[in-house]
Design a protein around this ligand. Sequence first.
Ligand code: T5A
Length: 212
Amino acid sequence: MSPGKFISLEGGEGAGKSTQSRLLADALRARGLGVVTTREPGGTPGAERIRELLLGLDGEGWNPRAEALLFAAARSDHVERLIRPALAEGKWVICDRFIDSTRAYQGGGGGLDDEDIMTLHRIGSRGLLPNLTLLIEISPQVAAERLARRDGDEADRIGGRGADYHARVASAFERFAKAEPMRFARIDGNGAIEHTHQQILAALAPMLEHTP
Ligand code: T5A
């Protein structure tokens, strides 16, 4: 059996990653493919517990290094227990955030060195990278409107950081996409849900052509 494909969705808060992850999973299942959807931080019981430590509002929070270590630990469990086994069974894994979020948030936002983050990733997850990373990009105004509509004033510990932090995150994502154009597809997420979905299907088309 040939291994499945690993697709990650990346972008800032409110970009539409979860919405698009569901639509993409439905589209792939409709083609008869086996699909697993998952998210980070989380995806396994252990990683979900680390998610609570990272995003919960109790306690005094974490410095960027501690954050990066916790994300790497959560990811390690997720990769070893869920992602690699699903890929080995020939399934397509759609993951809402992966390593590029650590690079963008703890790296671009928090100031950690990208090489150090990738070293942690080699140790924790044996360097697993997605076959395709869909970077959904939206303007700060669109993000603010969507999140206000959905969450009111409530934000988690990382989502609630200032506009400067999120601007650094967005420009880090853009930098990664430019540096690795074969792995990344940049998707304009400002429009209607269906419009974004169609761009995602177009980005997957070459991969689907070679799938029996
Ligand atoms: N983090 C995570 C790190 O710092 N380092 C890491 O390594 C990792 C993995 C995760 C937090 O952790 C940080 C990043 C984050 O701050 P989370 O709760 O998982 O937190 O948050 P997000 O991943 O940002 O998820 P969100 O739900 O906020 O955003 P999504 O998934 O991009 O957006 P979605 O699909 O939920 O949509 C948001 C709202 O907009 C609507 C939806 O219906 C929903 O109400 N919407 C649209 N409305 C109009 N037009 C469209 N095109 C729309 N698309 C969606």
